[in-house]
Design a protein around this ligand. Sequence first.
Ligand code: ATP
Ligand code: MG
Length: 569
Amino acid sequence: MRWSRALIPTHKEDPSHAETVSHKLMLRAGLIRRLTSGVYNYLPLGWRVVRKVEAIVREEMDRIGCQELLMPVISPSELWQETGRWNVYGKELWRVHDRNGREFALGPTHEEVITDIVRNEVRSYRQLPFTLYQIQTKFRDEIRPRFGVVRAREFIMKDAYSFHENDDSLSVTYDAMYDAYCRIFDRCELDYRPVEAATGAIGGSASHEFMVLCDTGESEVIVCECGYAATDERAEGLIATVMPPEEPLSAEPVDTPGMKTIEDVSLFLGMEPWRLIKTIVYVADGEPVVALIRGDRDVNEEKLAGLLGASMIEAAPPAVVEKVTGAPVGFAGPIGLSGVKLMVDNSVEPLVNAVVGGNAVDVHIRNVTPGRDFSVDGYCDIARIGKGDLCCKCGKTLDSFRGIEVSQVFKLGTKYSDSMKATFLNENGKAMPFVMGCYGLGVSRTVAAIIEQHSDEYGIMWPMSVAPFEVEILAVKFKNEKVREASEQLYDELRAAGMDVLLDDRHDSPGVKFKDADLIGVPVRVTIGERGLKEGTLEIKMRRTGEQRDVAIEEATAEIVKIVEEARA
Ligand code: ATP
Ligand code: MG
């Protein structure tokens, strides 16, 4: 490509509204332009990178025997009703209707559609297992679109779905997919960690997320020296006990006028928050549930929902709190509750002489000992676990890092095939639900993640495998005939050798051209100027290492081809 004919609109200044490195650089280097909130145009340079990431993804999917197909963006609401996700997905599901008022979803993911295809087309266990995938535009009406293409409302995803006779077969494909993802992210030269993940709105029994290490990432990953790694939504662990041994005293009510929060009550009574027990009423799939946790800690709603087997959980509205506890919000406690399930976090077990709500206006109860003053069926882990807590596997202190989730894989089991009545005939002629896996990978988010890890103060430093161009020829003064001739010749030779080459043939000042070259980050920069030509040389500079050297013109093509071919993944 000739830069003079290309649409590569670069900017010197950081855009004021962009917060992260990748968002800033994608705008400045002319990769993307915002059309509206969370919706982006991919300009030619950006699209070239997307296509390269897609090509890597395709190669690795095909390598493990997956087949590519394409499903529509639009799917009828009836399919989503079958699985219940028309309601469960909430506002993130982007809904549209046609001229007759029929409702449709713009696909945020395609479990319903793929299951519909397979239930209609596949009959026998002999046809199993197989995996289908697509690379396609997805829609999610995110509550807070941000960081450019990292959290967009329209984005590009590779989604794959596997179908099996049984769990063992699913495990084989799940592991193969996991390995394929490792190869994909290795080839994109990302520093990433696969970690245990919660299953969320997609559902299923096991899941991993692939996290790219990045300080501005939205996800928090909890890790231990022993190798344990899980997202904060999923992490299990132990909360260190802070209590010195104490004699249990008799429980007694205490007036707490207008004191409704842990902070209010702990200040008022002059007690540290960990001496209080937080009592939270939730509604899980329509049923009220009460969760108890130490006052200085938070409930992890994902984990709570998982233990309850609930697909939807939310804090109970005030009317439900009053019905369950007999008191307005702020005075809920476990003593005397009946007819409601109590979920008690492990952190509550060691407490003695704790404070709980009195289930009456302006009343709390102190000197409460769990198990003595209210019965506990069993303790469970529903706490949000973080850095400083103790590993569930080995007991050592946990650490954490921030990351960008670039993909997630799930063992779905029969969640979708059960609700959509998708069955095959097994060896004995019996109808069985398909066992399924699903495997998403954010293509556009991966592009941003690569930039987060491959940039410096001057711009992007693309890995060769995904660079929009592999070589940039920077002609210092394109007007000069000798420079022009040498540049054109090298341009032709490199292209003939199968290289992706950008020729900066603009009539701008060298300063502008060098700055732009650093900004768009092509891995190999070849500078051709009058001075070098006099000595029969040109300069090769590697964007990432800064390493540079002069090479004789006659040897340049072979030398550059060698560099590029060695670096291609
Ligand atoms: P997140 O927790 O970040 O919202 P998710 O768990 O909802 O992600 P999945 O449903 O597993 O995501 O989707 C698969 C992949 O699609 C994600 O790993 C991510 O790379 C990508 N993805 C999801 N939501 C977005 C988005 N709003 N913008 C860009 N990419 C996204
Ligand atoms: Mg999401």
